[in-house]
Design a binder for this molecule. Structure first.
Ligand code: ATP
Length: 581
């Protein structure tokens, strides 16, 4: 047997020994394992080549190319056969459904049984829910598929393979989920996506997640998602935010109308974005209102911290473009983050007026320019569908270009507490549903507590340390209201009567809701004392809160002249259905 013939038999079957010097008998025996068709074909080729007048080396070349083509054909045939049997779905991490599916997979019990598992706190939306469940119900933490590992599972009686691949490029990193289902029925994919979405949304509806931007980095590691979930919790109820009549309702309706108007915007070629500026004194409820609205609208909050060290226009732009389709983007204290030079043009020392929100340290590291911010808000890459909320204690410090419609469409003045707010806050402190349920016990408790002289240590010391004119700064160990641990519940009627008395005594628009809340906190167990002692609140030096925002109507149009500088841009009112006071 020639060397060529031996090589032929070796090449034909990959399972055979690559030892070309092995005896023919051995190779023949081995070949018999590769099946009758293989050996017949080999014999045929062998016969043909032995007749060939060509030299051995040429025969060998012809044969190897023939075998190669055959293999190639076979693998193509096999792939198309496989493709016809399997449905393959690939989902990129940028797509919303990626999250649904990752969450759905994290809930499959077989991840927990696998030897290779990954707990990825980066996708902390998934992780947070699991953690919360664990805390609340002692449930087991679920895991997600590790990268480059194939997992198998059954879904509705269909066999399924799942793998996750990390795709790296020079500057970015993303992930791709590949799902293969042994089925030819496309409806199984629909069903899987619907199930995953339902599970995800069902969980999401109950919570508001708060995200911060970290550029996809966590320590030295680069991750796919630049937003990190820092908290996932039940949204604050809108009823617990007490504002003057109509403000909450107006904002909620406006947000809802906006979210339902996607087609309307598309038809007119208007960018589908909406911005709100909430301005007013510190502690008047701006952040609380945004949280409550997010809960009511079922949206997550993405916090954009402009004062983040080293953040520049480029980062800001990628921050904005990486926002998901539907969310609330929140820029708190938008004035405090802008460079001093921008603010000084309008309000000298604006950066130092805000209580506790001076720009010290920030201005040095802040590399955001006004034009960078303007472009990020409604530039070419700015995402559609998002709602932007910006808060400030100095609305007059903001550049008119920033306040114009399209960037901050609606401006709402959240003022210091009105009589109505004071009354309602008082009621919410001392009236609870349980009062009706167990009137007798509560009434007894109340009588006992209220008949006692004013002894609440928290209230007493807080008032002592805050009210005395002779107090020197050095003598004070703390300032503020101590929190009383006990609480008292009044009947609805009693709560209303006392609330009225309390509201009468507190001057309107002089205190923020946060200050009044702090005061009442010290009297949790003694509502009557809160009323009796209210003059001490009024006398507080602490109450010298400077209202720096305009005192004009609560809501103003975005192109209101109260935006300090004249804008050279053309103001276009986007939504005709805005109710302007
Ligand atoms: N209108 C309100 N209704 C109910 N609680 C309020 C209201 N305003 C403020 N509070 C309470 O005061 C505290 C501070 O409120 P919040 O952070 O929402 O104020 P803010 O206006 O965002 O303040 P800042 O401008 O300093 O960020 C919270 O504990 C909140 O519960």
């Amino acid at each position: 047997m020639s060397t060529t013939q031996s090589a032929l038999s070796t090449l034909f079957s990959p399972n055979l020994s690559m030892n070309t010097t092995a005896p023919v008998e051995h190779n023949r025996t081995a070949m018999s394992h590769s099946g009758a068709s293989g050996s017949e074909l080999l014999s045929l080729l062998y016969g043909l080549l032995s007749l060939s007048p060509l030299p051995d080396w040429l025969n060998w070349m012809i044969f190897s190319s023939l075998v190669d083509s055959f293999r190639h054909l076979l693998s193509r045939y096999w792939t198309s056969l496989e493709n016809s049997l399997w449905l393959t779905v690939t989902v990129d991490s940028g797509d919303e459904s990626y999250r649904w599916l990752m969450y759905w997979f994290s809930r499959r019990t077989n991840w927990g049984k696998s030897n290779n598992i990954e707990v990825n706190t980066r996708h902390s939306w998934v992780y947070d829910i699991c953690r919360r469940e664990q805390e609340e119900q002692s449930a087991q933490i679920k895991y997600q598929p590790i990268a480059d590992q194939v997992y198998t599972l059954w879904y509705h009686g269909r066999y399924m393979k799942v793998s996750r691949k990390i795709i790296k490029s020079d500057h970015s990193e993303s992930a791709q989920l590949k799902i293969r289902i042994l089925s030819r029925d496309h409806s199984i994919v629909d069903s899987l996506l619907k199930d995953a979405r339902k599970l995800f949304r069902g969980e999401q509806d109950r919570t508001t997640s708060i995200y911060v931007w970290d550029g996809g980095r966590m320590g030295a590691f680069i991750h796919t998602d630049p937003w990190r979930c820092i908290a996932s919790r039940q949204g604050r109820r809108l009823q617990t935010v007490i504002l003057d009549h109509g403000i909450k309702e107006m904002l909620l309706t406006d947000c809802k109308n906006f979210l339902n108007s996607k087609q309307w915007y598309a038809d007119r070629g208007i960018p589908f974005r909406r911005g709100y500026l909430l301005y007013g004194a510190p502690g008047s409820g701006k952040t609380s209102l945004i949280q409550a609205l997010a809960g009511e609208l079922g949206l997550d909050i993405y916090i954009i911290t402009l004062s983040r060290a080293g953040l520049d226009d480029c980062d800001l732009s990628s921050m904005m473009t990486s926002l998901p389709g539907k969310c609330i983007a929140l820029i708190e204290d938008i004035d405090a983050a802008l460079p001093q030079t921008v603010l000084n043009r309008i309000v000298p020392n604006a950066g130092t007026q805000s209580e506790g929100k001076t720009q010290s340290g920030q201005e040095r590291s802040c590399q955001i320019t006004l034009s960078g911010l303007l472009n990020a808000l409604d530039g070419i890459g700015a995402p559609e569908g998002r709602i932007l909320f910006a808060t400030t204690n100095h609305s007059t410090a903001l550049d008119a270009a920033l306040c114009r419609p399209g960037r901050l469409d609606l401006h709402v003045d959240i003022k210091l507490a009105s009589k109505f707010q004071i009354r309602e806050l008082f009621k919410s402190f001392y009236h609870a549903y349980s009062a009706e349920d167990e009137p007798t016990r509560r009434e007894d408790d109340r009588k006992e507590l209220d008949s006692a002289p004013f002894t609440s240590p928290g209230a007493d010391s807080a008032i002592e340390c805050l009210s005395s004119d002779s107090d020197t700064q050095q003598d004070r160990v703390f300032s503020g209201f101590l929190h009383s641990t006990e609480e008292s519940v009044l009947t609805k009627e009693d709560a209303s009567i006392l609330a009225e008395e309390f509201a009468q005594a507190v001057p309107e628009r002089s205190f923020s809701m946060a200050v009044i809340q702090g005061f009442l906190m010290a009297y949790k167990s003694t509502p009557r004392s809160a009323v009796a002692e209210v003059s001490r609140l009024v006398d507080l030096k602490l109450a010298r809160i400077e209202m720096t925002g305009p005192t004009s109507p609560n809501i103003r149009e975005a192109h209101s002249p109260s935006c300090a500088a004249e804008s050279t841009e053309t103001a276009t009112t986007q939504s005709p259905d805005v109710q302007v006071e």
